[in-house]
Design a protein around this ligand. Structure first.
Ligand code: MD3
Ligand code: FE
Length: 217
């Protein structure tokens, strides 16, 4: 009998799961520093407010987004791209908080990437019902760099497919403190997030925050 069979029992902190070739889940790696990460979040969103972007097709995204670092990911009627200035403030994005950077670099090292130098961090905020449709992350210049993602707050069902949109995705539960490093053959996989189930998290309330660290430029 394994602990994961019980719904509320995640693998222990320090455990690592290979979700697919190139996709390494570092269970609970962010949990020990969660309070510091959340202070960083307050600073980032005080300078660059969370906002619901418009897709090129004219839809409003249900996930609210912001960025920090030299480059930030934006979407509007003209397309998806990375920008050095926040289009709302017309000022540079805030710096990546040092404790965020330390965590992202440590996660990359644990997954075998010794030289990860992120220049962009996308902040995603989900409220109950918010979702992210299946997509690939291909607006970055160099696909040899991994993407590191950090999940905080309410749990989510993460959908993880292949390089082909029509393949049925696997479902994985990501909980507060989980960190995933996506590189190699996983880097261009289709992925998304199922509509967030309602709940109450002790630190974040009715929200999920996801941080993704990228080498964009
Ligand atoms: C697999 N975010 O911001 S994080 C995104 O939970 C995004 O907010 C989701 O997809 C979220 O683009 C998923 C996990 C993730 C991030 C990037 C990936 C998985 C990935 C890039 C390639 C493959
Ligand atoms: Fe993505």
């Amino acid at each position: 009998m394994t602990a994961e069979l019980f719904e509320d029992m995640a693998p222990e902190k320090g455990a690592q799961t290979v979700m697919a070739p190139g996709a390494m889940l570092l269970h609970g790696l962010a949990r020990a520093v969660d309070a510091a990460l959340l202070r960083g979040l307050e600073d980032v969103i005080a300078s660059a407010t969370l906002r619901h972007l418009t897709t090129p097709g004219g839809y409003t995204m249900s996930v609210a987004m912001s960025n920090c670092g030299p480059l930030g990911w934006v979407s509007d009627r003209s397309g998806y791209r990375y920008e050095a200035l926040d289009p709302l403030s017309v000022r540079p994005w805030p710096v990546i908080p040092p404790c965020w950077m330390d965590l992202a670099v440590e996660a990359a090292v644990q997954a075998g990437y010794q030289r990860f130098q992120p220049d962009a961090c996308l902040v995603n905020m989900y409220e109950p019902g918010a979702k992210l449709s299946l997509h690939q992350d291909k607006d970055e210049k160099d696909f040899s760099a991994p993407i590191v993602s950090v999940s905080l707050g309410l749990p989510a069902t993460f959908l993880f497919g292949t390089g082909s949109r029509s393949d049925k995705p696997q479902r994985h539960r990501l909980v507060h403190g989980d960190v995933v490093v996506w590189g190699g053959p996983a880097r261009l996989a289709y992925h998304g997030v199922a509509p967030l189930a309602d709940g109450e998290h002790p630190l974040l309330g009715r929200r999920r925050i996801n941080l993704t660290f990228r080498r964009a430029g």
